[in-house]
Design a protein around this ligand. Sequence first.
Ligand code: NCD
Length: 306
Amino acid sequence: MRSLIDILDLTTGEIDGLIEKAYDIIANPAKYSEVCRGKKLATLFFEPSTRTRLSFEAAMYELGGNVIGFSEAQSSSAAKGESVADTAKTISCYADIIAMRHPKEGAPYVASLNASIPVINAGDGGHNHPTQTLADLLTIHREKGGFDNLTVGFCGDLKFGRTVHSLINALSRYKGIKVVLISPDELKLPSYVKTDVLERNGIEYSETRSLEEAMPELDILYMTRVQRERFFNEEDYLRLKDSYILDLPKLSDAKADLCIMHPLPRVNEISVAVDNDPRACYFKQVLNGKYMRMALILMLLEEAKK
Ligand code: NCD
């Protein structure tokens, strides 16, 4: 059974196919409005979410399908001690496809080993978030026309930010990518991502603490929230939470066609004054996420028939 746990589960050819499908959905929504009639998506969210869960649900409704699920661990049998494996086996009796978010790294993978239907990782701890990456890739494609030869700055919590880890994995397969890692020392990209992804793929990268210094060379600036829920103590979070605040003065040295991204939710990292700048792409990312999730649901349900 084909699932999506890691963005690298998809070949670059398959990602191209999903992007092509998303463009077709954008151009011809009516063509897709009944294609999942009679199918059910289960959203199993053991961690808070606004965009990911609701965009999966909106995606399934726009395909003509239905949705069941829960939005917090406390309202599921996990609160009684049920294992992820048993939950996955149970949901396989009710639904056709699962989207699962869980605070523990690897939980959606365990679910995929036990489910008889496709499982989509909707975020597992500080590890991965492949469908956010699909949203990010469609956004980059729509803004830049492709993925080659881009200089991409990642700014903020690169240690716990799972969207960063997944997007770096995805971009490592394209030509001429340069990565600039902008973070405080305590929130640097984990060394396993540096060695296994950036170095292994020969990706040029640099590390800095200064957003201002990095700004002029960037084609993409990917801002992130400091991941409060993954900190061991509140004091460290409070000290680091406002490390970077992107405002209009900081953009004065940026390229005119910079693409500013953020997976959202935003806390303080981007001043609301930036929202009206034509370079702000983070709400476009939200919409692109729905289209890519529609394309992905279609692909996995099609594969499940085989
Ligand atoms: C992200 C996540 O859950 O990892 N949100 C999202 O799905 N768009 C980013 C975050 O929570 O900071």
